[in-house]
Design a protein around this ligand. Structure first.
Ligand SMILES: [Zn+2]
Length: 129
């Protein structure tokens, strides 16, 4: 038996996830963008945060193929890891078990921030427009 089409966005998809900005991966705020309907069919909405740069990048990269986005996302993950590693170098620790609670949270913040900056920058740079 076939499932009826869902009226809710698929949270696993880049463009259909209203909880996460499709550009920078910060929490979505209800803003979104999609190209005009073609032949009566409305393309999925790219859900976004409220950063105007994300709106522009979403417009410029909307048609990016999933494989290309996966490559950009993977590279951004690595850059997030590098940012977190730089923090460990900064505090002179390499054993994660030795991190104090506040150091652990800062490590995580640096990784996530590094990922978000790299993702946004890479998407802007890979935009075909
Ligand atoms: Zn965003």
């Amino acid at each position: 038996m076939t499932q009826p089409p869902s009226t809710h966005p698929d949270p696993t998809r880049r463009l259909g996830n209203y909880l996460v900005c499709a550009v920078c991966a910060r929490p979505g705020t209800g803003h979104g963008w999609a190209p005009p309907p073609t032949w009566g069919s409305q393309p999925p909405i790219a859900w976004l945060c409220d950063d105007p740069a994300c709106v522009q990048i979403a417009k410029d990269t909307y048609s990016m193929r999933q494989e290309q986005f996966a490559r950009v996302d993977s590279l951004a993950s690595g850059q997030g890891g590098e940012a977190a590693g730089a923090y460990l170098d900064e505090i002179g620790k390499s054993d994660m078990a030795e991190l104090a609670e506040e150091e652990w949270f800062e490590f995580c913040r640096r990784m996530i921030a590094g990922y978000r900056v790299a993702l946004t920058t890479s998407l802007a740079n890979e935009s075909p427009f």
